[in-house]
Design a protein around this ligand. Structure first.
Ligand code: MG
Length: 621
């Protein structure tokens, strides 16, 4: 029984609800059943694990869905406007059209005439002549880049402008170690047994490519960066490190898609790449079990990589020994492992997978492509939120999970400001002598706050050695800082006491010149009404309980809602309702990185957490 009580106490503590509030058992059991999940999480220690280790997550970049276009060699498609169209827009079975990929990777391994652009791809190593030939192919009028630009132009006329700019990434040929017949740059014969020559030739190619791209003046394309064609580091070793540095100096990114368990894949950051995508290599061989997809997702998560989606012409339902079900497995596993929710994705589709699917006369092919396209199209807004991450962080009871700090202490205020949180949350009570003090629970060290004089309360020690702060001293210290102050007024024993507290708080805040920096939250309906009635107009006032809907809060003239994480799950329309009503959305108390990502993706305005540092780490991606 005592163990159960301990769990319930921990549970209540995390819910930001005091024991006295929970004295109202009706309220407790009203919120209890669906919050039991959180309770179970706490018991199983999930939060504890997350709070101690760095978050594992998929990688995102400014391209959401990057289609691989094999282009250049004489054995490839020309990629005319018509051929590239199914990659630019998706046409559903019912005729509707929408923009599909936001990124296009043009890459080539060999010229189809005996020369390879990476190690072991053909019998001869491509020379300067073949590198220049490839460049001409990339910029050929009416094909590849030029066709893509034209295709976008045509589609804009039909379905209107997309809310993103299409980006292109272009593959770099590898200056192969040991090659001596490549050719000359500025009269100097290149010797690729020397790393400096490998680097010089690659820089030369990058510069030339950028010059050509600029000259073409494509209306709808941005050059996002370059792709490393070799899928392991067997031959190139550390060559990519200086190349990555150079590419970033040009304000471009360096992309890589190593094969499953490729040499060096886990060192992708160290090797100079900005993003690497995990190839599952599942589609191509019936002997690879579906579990590989699960393993690949886990590996990407573990190593902070994006994911590659793979299929080819064999996925057609009517293909000989069709791999249709293997394509379906990718969608299923990517959904199950949150890849569409959280990761940047590349799409390998063989020579012309999407084109073949679009041309297919079998409705099964259209059905599966409709499903995939819908996932890509629907995730666009959420991915944008994830990328932009406009959600601002509030340190719950200050930044207290750090040395020398304590919940609701002045140290926690100063420390939250020092790590640049948007706001610091703290709890306020009215003591028996009408002085305002900071504390979470209604009782501290055996003293009931409401019925104890501030003379006594101000002598009580917090865990960091500070004494219990008076609101006045807290605000005086805050005046020297920049952080927003998120003041929670605790529910008191009577409406009169709450009104008194609201009046005293607003007067003090005004006197200190902090009116524009303080925002108010409470579980008490009455306190919310009083803040709305007495605070200057436009002062943020947010209700914490889940028993009032956004619409009702709007009618009460509250400026927003600060519901708990599970309330938004239970009421999936509430966030959108808040947005539609132009109200502020805050969510508490989100300590787990996956739950933080859930909130960021949905574009919450504010997120309250005991783990502001974990949140900020997510933000730095
Ligand atoms: Mg609080």
């Amino acid at each position: 029984m005592s163990v159960l009580l301990l769990f319930i106490c921990v549970y209540i503590n995390n819910l930001n609800i005091t024991i006295s509030e929970m004295n109202n058992l009706t309220t407790f059991f009203k919120v209890f059943p669906y919050n039991i999940l959180l309770f179970v999480c706490l018991v199983s220690g999930t939060n504890g694990v997350y709070s101690q280790s760095a978050p594992k997550e998929y990688m995102t970049t400014d391209i959401q869905d990057l289609a691989l276009i094999y282009q250049g060699g004489v054995h490839r498609l020309d990629w005319t406007v018509d051929q590239i169209q199914p990659y630019v827009v998706h046409q559903y079975a019912d005729g509707r059209k929408d923009w599909l990929f936001d990124g296009f990777l043009f890459l080539e391994f060999k010229d189809g005439k005996g020369y390879g652009y990476g190690s072991r791809y053909d019998k001869n190593d491509a020379r300067k002549t073949e590198w220049l030939w490839l460049l001409d192919r990339i910029f050929e009028e009416g094909k590849s880049l030029s066709a893509l630009d034209q295709c976008i132009e045509n589609q804009i006329k039909e379905i209107g402008k997309p809310d993103f700019k299409h980006k292109v990434v272009i593959g770099l040929p590898e200056a192969l170690p040991g090659q001596k017949d490549w050719g000359e740059i500025n009269g100097k014969k290149m010797d690729f047994s020397k790393e400096e020559d490998q680097i010089q030739a690659t820089y030369w190619y990058i510069d030339l490519l950028m010059k050509r791209f600029k000259k073409e003046k494509y209306k709808h394309l941005d050059l996002a960066g370059f792709y490393w064609v070799s899928e392991d580091v067997e031959t190139c070793k550390d060559l990519t490190i200086p190349l990555g540095k150079y590419i970033r100096s040009l304000d471009k990114k360096f992309y890589w898609i190593p094969y499953w368990q490729a040499k060096g894949f886990e060192r992708w950051k160290e090797l100079g790449f900005d993003i690497a995508y995990q190839q599952p290599n599942h589609f191509f061989s019936a002997s690879v079990p579906d579990k590989r997809l699960e393993d690949a997702c886990m590996s990407a998560h573990e190593h902070n990589m994006g994911m590659e989606f793979e299929f080819d012409e064999k996925a057609l339902y009517d293909a000989k020994e069709s791999s249709y079900n293997r394509l379906k497995a990718y969608i299923d596993y990517f959904e199950k492992n949150n890849v569409f929710e959280e990761s940047a994705i590349t799409y390998y589709s063989g020579f012309s997978g999407f084109l073949d699917m679009a041309k297919s006369t079998n409705p099964k092919d259209h059905a599966i492509m409709d499903r995939l396209a819908k996932l890509i199209i629907d995730r666009r807004g959420r991915y944008k939120n994830l990328l932009e991450n406009k959600t601002k962080v509030i340190a719950h009871r200050g930044f207290w999970k750090t040395q020398g700090s304590a919940q609701n202490s002045i140290a926690a205020l100063v420390k939250a400001d020092s790590i640049r949180c948007y706001g610091t949350e703290f709890d306020v009570w009215l003591a028996s002598d009408d002085k305002l003090v900071l504390n979470h629970d209604d009782v501290y060290d055996g003293h009931k706050i409401e019925t104890t004089s501030s003379e006594v309360l101000r002598t009580l020690r917090l865990s960091n050695g500070e004494t219990m702060p008076m609101l006045e001293a807290f605000l005086d210290r805050a005046k020297k800082l920049k952080i927003k102050l998120i003041l929670e007024l605790k529910p008191h024993s009577s409406p009169e006491r709450e009104t008194k507290a609201v009046e005293l708080i607003l007067n003090m805040v005004k006197k200190k010149g902090l009116t524009k920096r303080v925002e108010y939250i409470s579980f008490s309906r009455h306190a919310i009404k009083e803040f709305v009635r007495l605070a200057p107009s436009n002062t943020p006032v947010l209700y914490l309980g889940q028993d009032i809907s956004p619409k009702e809060l709007f009618e009460m003239k509250a400026t927003g809602a600060d519901y708990n994480y599970w309330a938004y799950h239970k009421n999936p329309l509430w966030l959108q309702e808040l947005k539609d009503l132009k109200m502020i959305s805050n969510v508490w108390t989100v300590n787990n990185p996956q739950e933080m990502l859930w909130c960021i993706r949905r574009g919450f305005d504010l997120l309250t957490t005991d783990e502001p540092v974990i949140f900020q780490r997510l933000k730095k991606k």
